[in-house]
Ligand binder design. Structure first.
Ligand code: PAF
Length: 283
C-alpha cells in the first residue's frame, strides 16, 4: 500500500492508475477507523480498480477546539487496517497541505448546511464541504463513498457535487451496525458499559417508527413513537428527532407521502450519538 502526504505525490500516484486505464474510488475519513469505514472501502473496491483512502482530522468542521483535541487518532493502527483491506493508496496530509497559509476559499451549501444538525453545530457542514471539495480536487476520483449514517452530510455532499458540476459520482453506503443494532461510530469507544447498552434505544426507536410507517402513519405519530422511547431511557438525553423529505431535507408533516428520512441524536454519558433511517410509506 502506498502512502502519500503531499498533493504532488498523490496526483502522481493517481496519474499512474489513470495511465493504466484504471478507475479510482475514494473514501475520505478522519481516521479512528472501524468496520463502518471498511465497508466503505469494500463498496469502493467492488466498482473500482483502485481504492484511495484519505485520513485527515479536519479542523474546520470542529466548532470547539476541545472536541478536535480529544478526537481519537491512531495512524499506525488505521494504516494496518487499510493495508489488510487491500486499499491501494492512503493520502495523509498535514493541515497546511489542505489549508495553505493565506487561503480564503470556502464551499458551503447555504441552505442545507444551516438546518437540522447544522443549526446546533454552526460552521460544521461548511468545514465538511470545504475539505471534501479540496480532497476531491486533489484526488479527482471517479466516485466517492460516504456512509448513510451521516445522512445530512451525505445529502449536502451530493448537492455540492451537483451544484458545482464536479465530475464524480457520490455513493451512499448503508449504515453498518453492531449485532444489537447500534450504528458503528468512532465515538462508541467512549461509552461506558451501561451507556453502551442503553444506546441501543436509538436503533429500536427507528425500527418502531419503521413498523408504524409500514402500517400507515403520520409524521407526528412517528415523531412521538421515537421521542417517547428515547426519553423513557433514563441514560439518554434526547437532542433531536428530525423527520424530513429524504433528498431536500425539507420539513414534512401529516401522512407519509414519499421517502422520508428520520435523523435522531441523543447523548449517553456526555457522548453524542446520531442515527438515521429512511422510511417509505407502505414499505
Ligand atoms: O465523515 C467524516 O468522517 C468527515 O466528515 C469527512 C467526510 C471525512 C470530512 O472530514
Amino acid at each position: 500500500m502506498k502512502t502519500t502526504s503531499t498533493v504532488a505525490e498523490t496526483r502522481a500516484q493517481v496519474a499512474t492508475y489513470r495511465k493504466a486505464g484504471e478507475t479510482v474510488g475514494l473514501v475520505t475519513t478522519m481516521g479512528a477507523l472501524h468496520e463502518g469505514h471498511l465497508t466503505l472501502m469494500r463498496a469502493a473496491r467492488a466498482d473500482h480498480d483502485r481504492v484511495i483512502a484519505t485520513i485527515f482530522v479536519n479542523p474546520t468542521q470542529f466548532g470547539q477546539m476541545a472536541d478536535l483535541a480529544t478526537y481519537p487518532s491512531d495512524d499506525k493502527r488505521d494504516l494496518e487496517m487499510l493495508g489488510d483491506e487491500g486499499v491501494d493508496c492512503v493520502f495523509l496530509p498535514k493541515a497546511p497541505t489542505i489549508y495553505p497559509a493565506g487561503d480564503e476559499t470556502i464551499v458551503e451549501t447555504t441552505r442545507m448546511a444551516n438546518m437540522l444538525h447544522g443549526k446546533v453545530r454552526p460552521g460544521h457542514f461548511r468545514g465538511v464541504t470545504t475539505v471534501v471539495a479540496r480532497l476531491f480536487n486533489i484526488v479527482q476520483p471517479d466516485a466517492a463513498f460516504f456512509g448513510e449514517k451521516d445522512y445530512q452530510q451525505l445529502q449536502i455532499i451530493k448537492k455540492m457535487v451537483r451544484d458545482l458540476q464536479m465530475p464524480l459520482t457520490i455513493e451512499g453506503v448503508p449504515t453498518v451496525r453492531e449485532s444489537d443494532g447500534l450504528a458503528m461510530s468512532s465515538r462508541n469507544v467512549r461509552l461506558g458499559a451501561e451507556d453502551r447498552a442503553a444506546a441501543t434505544v436509538l436503533y429500536q426507536s427507528l425500527m418502531a417508527a419503521d413498523a408504524a410507517a409500514a402500517k400507515g402513519t403520520t409524521v407526528e405519530e412517528m415523531w412521538s413513537v421515537i421521542a417517547d422511547m428515547i426519553t423513557a431511557e433514563p441514560r439518554a438525553t434526547l437532542k433531536a428527532v428530525d423527520i424530513v423529505e429524504a433528498e431536500s431535507l425539507d420539513p414534512v408533516s401529516g401522512p407519509l407521502k414519499g421517502p422520508t428520512a428520520i435523523m435522531i441524536s441523543a447523548e449517553f454519558g456526555g457522548v453524542l450519538l446520531i442515527d438515521q433511517h429512511v422510511v417509505t410509506p407502505g414499505d
